[in-house]
Design a protein around this ligand. Structure first.
Ligand code: SF4
Length: 376
């Protein structure tokens, strides 16, 4: 028969910093690392912010901040490193300096400016966002309002509103998950970074200060980008080392634990077909889910050619690249005979002299340039 717990033993101390006394087991229970961290949040915030103010990299969207610059930088920085973004950001700001200019620009110009940065849906969403932004009577200010705009998820909404409007919204991406998992030595195995982000969001919110939440968010991102590396984190110089349970284990790289992702292998054949000084390319339809309006070297089917005949053509290059969960090997074969009759939808002849004017996906731009450069 279960013994009934006396009423007065249900309540245990709420002082997380000191742990709690469990009456039923007559034991002192140490606080969890996240409870200790929350209990020390003021000291943590202070240490992080002081370090950020002294060490933040002088990035153009930080040096001369504006809502537009914050929005553009946050879109460009999704899945992309700062050093890659810098030249794109400078070119973009020069060509499209504000929401109104971006809203009025043709999509082809927007995509051309984005060429090589990848994940082109970001450019199209940013374009549509600007059009909706200028049509509104006032700028949206809250995370919920920003999430109504194209391409703005929880992370981007939190980043934009905390930096531009001081909203108390926590940014939680892979970098922040890594820091929080290490600070708390959380050994949970997560299936994906997105599910880990959901689990760590309450802790990230609890650590967010009422003042300067934008700087705090940027400090966390900066710490992830410059100190708390995936491999070999610089714990000895880390400003929050004193709060880090992962560092105390001696092996902070063990956190977070993410289930190994299985990569699917895929092989794709591409056609290199020249005719009368023009190269055959495929332009994805404007409404396509991926690569909409972007040019690439065509597959045999996109070129209207027999795949077996293409595979017999000279192999010009073999490239491997990873896209999401796919490891793709692309073989580019040269074919001597141009397709006859009407070309399939999307296939276009582009004069070699005009290749610079069209928007090619980044890898295809590099492959085309390499093949042309290797010719005698
Ligand atoms: Fe990361 Fe090391 Fe700092 Fe912990 S002490 S947050 S593991 S860099």
């Amino acid at each position: 028969m279960a013994t009934k717990r006396p009423k007065n033993t249900r309540k245990i101390t709420a002082d997380f910093s000191l742990g709690r006394f469990c009456v039923s087991s007559c034991r002192f229970v140490a606080p969890s690392p996240s409870a200790s961290l929350i209990a020390a949040q003021r000291q943590f915030q202070h240490a992080l912010l002081a370090w950020y103010r002294a060490n933040a990299r002088p990035l153009p969207w930080r040096e001369a901040p504006s809502l537009y610059r914050t929005v553009v930088s946050e879109f460009m920085l999704q899945q992309t490193q700062v050093k890659t973004v810098l030249p794109y950001f400078a070119r973009w700001l020069e060509a499209l300096p504000d929401f109104a200019t971006l809203a009025a620009a043709p999509e082809s110009r927007v995509l051309k400016l984005w060429e090589g940065l990848g994940y082109y849906s970001r450019a199209r969403n940013l374009h549509r966002l600007a059009q909706q932004f200028v049509a509104r009577p006032a700028a949206p200010r809250t995370p919920a309002e920003w999430r109504e705009l194209p391409g703005v998820g929880p992370y981007t909404a939190a980043a934009i509103t905390s930096i531009s409007f001081g909203a108390r919204a926590a940014c939680v991406d892979g970098n922040v998950v890594r820091i929080l998992a290490r600070l708390t030595a959380d050994a949970t195995e997560f299936r994906a970074s997105a599910s880990a982000a959901k689990v760590f969001t309450p802790l990230a919110e609890a650590l967010l200060p009422g003042e300067w939440p934008g700087d705090h968010n940027q400090a966390m991102m900066e710490l992830g980008a410059t100190v708390c590396f995936r491999q070999n984190p610089l714990c000895l110089t880390c400003p929050v080392r004193g709060f880090c349970a992962g560092a105390r284990t001696g092996a902070p790289e063990n956190f977070p634990r993410l289930a190994a992702r299985k990569m699917e292998q895929r092989a794709v054949t591409r056609v290199w077909c020249e005719h009368r000084g023009a190269l055959l390319l495929h332009r994805a339809a404007a409404g396509a889910r991926r690569f909409a309006s972007i040019h690439e070297l065509p597959t045999p089917e996109q070129a209207g050619l027999d795949p077996a005949a293409v595979a017999r053509g000279a192999l010009l290059a073999k490239q491997r690249r990873g896209i999401t969960r796919f490891q793709i090997t692309e073989s580019i074969h040269s074919v001597a005979i141009a397709p006859r009759g009407k070309l399939p939808a999307g296939a276009v002849w582009v004069p070699l002299a005009e290749l610079e004017a069209v928007t090619l996906s980044g890898p295809h731009r590099r492959w085309v340039a390499a093949i042309l450069a290797a010719r005698p």
